[in-house]
Structure formats: structure tokens, C-alpha cells
Design a binder for this molecule. Structure first.
Ligand SMILES: Nc1ncnc2c1ncn2[C@@H]1O[C@H](COP(=O)(O)OP(=O)(O)OP(=O)(O)O)[C@@H](O)[C@H]1O
Ligand SMILES: [Mg+2]
Length: 450
């Protein structure tokens, strides 16, 4: 986007130097007076005419050749300087352009005097000379702006815009007083310019909301098994005190509920541990193919229970990538376990590891495909949110906490990997993860069934 500029924004053009004749013309009255004085001196005071003539010549040379500012030029220059001072100076503009947030500088009448580069990107079409209200329409912001103009005191306000999506903004409106009372027609005590700095707080608010939602959801998830445990303990102490058969039944349900609480706490702790080291890249080198084989073997009893066959297709050579073995086991375990739990109707789960080279991007892709009920498209964008479940009851029945994919996402972020989900309702789901290939890896490109 081009830098906005107006004719007033420019420095005054340099004036061409006046010619000696022009200067003599400008000094004509002074020279005429000097001529009369010289004549009077020659006639009345016997001053030698050669001296008077020499005096007049020197005066003409001084008047014609020594540069000086005439009154009219002085007035013109001052007027230009005043006009220039109405617009923010280069120092102010350069500083505002260095800021990462949109900034507007306006005068006391609400006319935009400068918009920094970030504001030009965020508010397309905004230009100096237009009223500020053309680009900033929030009524509370414009009211606050008027108050700052009137009182000369800085204000901070926030507001929400609902269209096209819910967005939170905060604006800091501050008066600017230029040294030396720059703007000629401003009222004494009132600011020369008003600076409006706008910050988009949507991301921060979203994170805040996620954090509070997380605490609320975690407590809710824990409260349910806890309430059930308390209920059974009371029953065992009361009505079932002398009923060994009921006691056995209740104790096994209690064990189940305690297990659910333990899984939940384990997942919450695991999530916070991964979040803590999110910015630290794993340093160890692991064999991704071996991790997948190990996980598939570990999940074979569950597959047998659910009557599903896991078909694994892995390269015949080790696939070395930079990664944390335990965390990658968590990723593969959750994806294969999900495919078994939620796609067991399809009877098969295909797990494949293949190399992908796209331009500079060299990755290993693991895909886990099931042939079950699939996931309706409206749920896909939210799958990695904490505690998000497509069907809460089926997830609970499968002892799910709803944290598995959130953990997967965090682990992949730490490993600079990515997750893609493809699904069509009724046709199963495919979860694909890509992890960067290790530079020194001994690569394998032949894919054979394991
Ligand atoms: N392969 C799949 N087919 C259909 N739905 C799936 C599949 N994988 C995940 N889902 C849906 O996504 C939800 C979130 O999965 P996620 O792994 O995060 O949680 P969970 O499996 O319920 O619990 P956890 O993984 O903590 O045991 C699941 O509850 C399920 O509704
Ligand atoms: Mg899961």
C-alpha cells in the first residue's frame, strides 16, 4: 500500500534567489531618500560630490547584492511553516510506522492527519484529510475522542464488534502537545493532535475464555464420577451394609469411576506438561516406524475386543525423526485408539507411514483410516478443542475424556508437525499427521505391509 501524502504534507519549496535588479526595486524608497540626503549634503554642507557619489554607489551595491528577506517573503514563509506544523512531522510518522498496532493521528476537529502503516493494512482505504469517523465507526470510540479533545486528558476504552465475527478492541486515545504551541489556531490548553492507538484483543480474550472454560469443564468432568463415588459410599454405609452381592457390584462401579477420575487427572497433567515445554524442540532421534508398530501391538487386545483388524503398512527401514518417544506414542495411541473406539463398525483400521516431499518440505506422514460412522463436517474444526466430543455419551462409554486430540495437537506443535482430518459422515475418518524428516535420517521409501 502506498504512503498517503497530501500537498500540505510536503515541506515548503525553496524560493528562487531574487535578482540584484529586483532587490534594487525593493529598496527604491530607501535609495531615493539616500539620493536626496546626498544632494542636500553636497549643496548645503559643501560635501565633495565625489564622496556623495561614492556613498550612493556603495549603497546601491549593498541594496542590490546582499541577500535579505523582504516582508512579503517573510509572511509567505511563516504561512507555509504554520501549514506544515498542522501535519505531524517526519519524526512522529517514522515512530508510528514502527509500531505493530494501528495508530491514527487526528486534529481537534476529528480530521485524520496521519495513519501508520499497520492502520493502512487493517483499515483499507483510510487516508489523511478524511474525518476519523470514516474509518473508525464505533460510537463509544468517537465519544471518547470528543472527550479527549475537550478535556485534553487521555482515555482508554474497549468495545466489541459483532460483525462479521465477534472481535474485541481496545483503544488508547492520548492528547499530543507539540513543543512551542505548534498549531496556530488551536485553543489554549487543548491538544495539537490526538493519537488513537487500536489493539485487537480477540486472541487474548479467546485464550482467557478457553482457560476459564477449561477449568469449568475439568471441574465438571471430575464432579460427575466424584458424585457417583460419594453416592455409592453412602449406600455401602447404609442400605447395602449387609448385602455382599450389592457391595461387589457397587465396588466394581466405584473402581470404574475412580479409574475415570485418574485418567482425567493424568490427561490434564499431561496437557499442562506438554504446554510447559511447547517452545522446546525435541532433541532425541527416534524411529517413527517402530513407535507405530509398538502402539499397534499394544492396542491389539482392544482391537480384538472390538472385533477390528489393524492393518499396518510401514517402510522396511527405520524412519528416523527428531522426537520424544513417549509423546509420539501418545499421539499414535490416541489416533489408533479413536479409530478403534469410534470406527469399529468398519471392522478395519489402516495405519500407514509414507514419505512426503513437496518442494523444501520433507516430512513423514502417518495416516490412520477407519471405515466407521465418520465425523460430520461441522465438528471437524473443533475436534482438537479440550473436552470437545462429537458424541459425549459414546465417548464416555469408551472411557474417553475428550482431551486426547488436544494433547495430540500440542505434541505436534512442539514437534513442528501438523494434523489433518478428512471425514465424510457414514464413510469413516482419516487422521493424518506430518512430522519433519530428520536431516541425517537414513530414509526409507519402500512401503511394505508389516
Ligand atoms: N475416528 C473417529 N471417528 C469418529 N469420531 C471420532 C474419531 N476420532 C475422534 N472422534 C471424535 O472426536 C472426539 C474427540 O476425540 P479425543 O481423542 O480428543 O477424545 P476422546 O477419545 O473422547 O477421549 P480420550 O482421547 O481422552 O480418551 C471423540 O469424542 C469422538 O467423538
Ligand atoms: Mg481419544
Amino acid at each position: 500500500m502506498t504512503q498517503p501524502s497530501t500537498s500540505n504534507d510536503q515541506a515548503p519549496e525553496p524560493q528562487p534567489a531574487a535578482s540584484p535588479l529586483t532587490r534594487l526595486g525593493e529598496a527604491k524608497w530607501l535609495l531615493l531618500a539616500a539620493l536626496f540626503a546626498a544632494l542636500a549634503a553636497v549643496i548645503f554642507y559643501d560635501v565633495p560630490s565625489s564622496s556623495a557619489f561614492a556613498f550612493l554607489v556603495i549603497l546601491c551595491v549593498v541594496a542590490g547584492f546582499i541577500p535579505r528577506r523582504t516582508a512579503s517573503r517573510r509572511v509567505k514563509l511563516n504561512a507555509q511553516r504554520e501549514i506544515r506544523r498542522m501535519w505531524p512531522g517526519t519524526g512522529m510518522k517514522v515512530t508510528l510506522d514502527a509500531l505493530p498496532t494501528p495508530c491514527f493521528v487526528a486534529d481537534g476537529r476529528g480530521i485524520t492527519r496521519y495513519v501508520n502503516q499497520q492502520a493502512q493494512v487493517t483499515y483499507e482505504g483510510v487516508k489523511p484529510g478524511d474525518p476519523l469517523s470514516f474509518s473508525l465507526r464505533a460510537p463509544s470510540l468517537l465519544e471518547a475522542f470528543d472527550r479527549v479533545c475537550a478535556t485534553g486528558e487521555a482515555e482508554r476504552i474497549s468495545w466489541i464488534e459483532k460483525v462479521p465475527t465477534e472481535t474485541w478492541y481496545e483503544a488508547h486515545i492520548a492528547p499530543i502537545y507539540m513543543p512551542g504551541n505548534a498549531v496556530p489556531d488551536r485553543m489554549p490548553g487543548l491538544p495539537d493532535f490526538i493519537l488513537v492507538v487500536i489493539q485487537d484483543l480477540t486472541e487474548n480474550r479467546r485464550l482467557e475464555r478457553m482457560r476459564t472454560d477449561f477449568v469449568a469443564n475439568a471441574s465438571h468432568e471430575l464432579r460427575t464420577p466424584l458424585a457417583s463415588l460419594t453416592g455409592f459410599i453412602e449406600t455401602l454405609q447404609g442400605p447395602a451394609r449387609n448385602d455382599p452381592e450389592a457391595q461387589d457390584r457397587f465396588l466394581s462401579i466405584m473402581l470404574d469411576q475412580a479409574g475415570r477420575m485418574r485418567r482425567l487427572i493424568d490427561d490434564i497433567l499431561s496437557l499442562s506438561r506438554i504446554e510447559l515445554k511447547a517452545h522446546v524442540r525435541p532433541v532425541s532421534t527416534v524411529d517413527f516406524a517402530e513407535i507405530i508398530r509398538h502402539t499397534a501391538d499394544a492396542l491389539s487386545p482392544l482391537a480384538a475386543d472390538l472385533d477390528v483388524e489393524i492393518r499396518v503398512h510401514l517402510p522396511d527401514l527405520p524412519v528416523r525423526i527428531k522426537g520424544d518417544r513417549d509423546e509420539l506414542i501418545q499421539v499414535t495411541e490416541n489416533l489408533i485408539e479413536n479409530a478403534l473406539k469410534y470406527g469399529h463398525d468398519g471392522q478395519f483400521v489402516d495405519v500407514e507411514l509414507a514419505e512426503q516431499i513437496e518442494a523444501e518440505d520433507h516430512t513423514w506422514q502417518m495416516s490412520v483410516r477407519d471405515y466407521g460412522a465418520g465425523i460430520p463436517p461441522e465438528h471437524l474444526p473443533r475436534l482438537t478443542e479440550r473436552f470437545y466430543r462429537v458424541d459425549v455419551e459414546s465417548s464416555r462409554a469408551m472411557k474417553g475424556t475428550g482431551l486426547g486430540l488436544a494433547i495430540v495437537k500440542h505434541i505436534l506443535t512442539r514437534h513442528r508437525g501438523r494434523l489433518e482430518v478428512e471425514s465424510e459422515a457414514g464413510k469413516g475418518a482419516t487422521f493424518k499427521i506430518n512430522l519433519p524428516a530428520s536431516e541425517s535420517a537414513e530414509t526409507a521409501s519402500v512401503v511394505t505391509p508389516a
